[in-house]
Design a protein around this ligand. Sequence first.
Ligand code: PLP
Length: 262
Amino acid sequence: MKIEVKKWVDIFAWLEETWKRYGEEFQDWFYSIRGKWTPLEKIEIDGIQIYLKREDLQPVGGLKYRTVAGLIHLRRDELEGKTVTTATSGNFGKALGYLARKFGFDVEFYVLKKRVDPIIRKVFSRMGELVEVPETGYCPLTGRDGGRAITNAMIQGEQPGYVYLDQHNDPRNAFGPFLTGVEIAEDIEEDEITFVMGVGTTGTIRGVTAGLRYSFGKESRCRGRASRKFQADRSQKQSRTGKFKTVQRGGEHSGNSRSTGR
Ligand SMILES: Cc1ncc(COP(=O)(O)O)c(C=O)c1O
């Protein structure tokens, strides 16, 4: 039997290409569905100037609004008339429920019974169908936190009339947050920034850094730093904060080759 080995996909090249093709129409559409160009708010702590990107101002209060909007934009033909399944415990589900109502499709939210927050339980029950998955047992498909909720959502998503929306592994999750990088690059004055965010599935940081690189110019570099302690002991819920530094190198910081694609 011949096993076909898929070619490795360069996520950043794919993102840039997809942005060039669909970025402009996505931007217009995103802002038309109450997505915000969120402000950068300047604060100072111990003499250090920090810009806060106010993603809490997105509808339903979180950055996953962009992730879900990006996925819906890229997959809208597949979603029409279907019931969407997803595994979520928070912001992704809230954004999906909100946008599903707007675009007329149904959602099944797969959550881990023991871990779901009571308020989230109520919110998801109002937005669609809540499926509580027992946490016990071996999860053959994923090694992740919440693996059994993910597996159940994936399997149901294979059934006729269903589509699985994957917030954990789908590279298209980075498409919506690409716009965040484009917005930040447009709004800041500096040629060099240090960008810091919490990281979970990494979809957001991939999108934002790709958007920053696209806007600052090809010569710029994004370098990542993550807490080793967190990686070594996820189960003890170490800090999820990683630091990601973006440095403009092109022409020894000379010139500003930003282009927002707008
Ligand atoms: C405030 C905040 N920061 C960071 C993240 C992590 O994003 P990602 O899962 O795309 O890495 C999330 C995810 O929901 C979030 O809500």
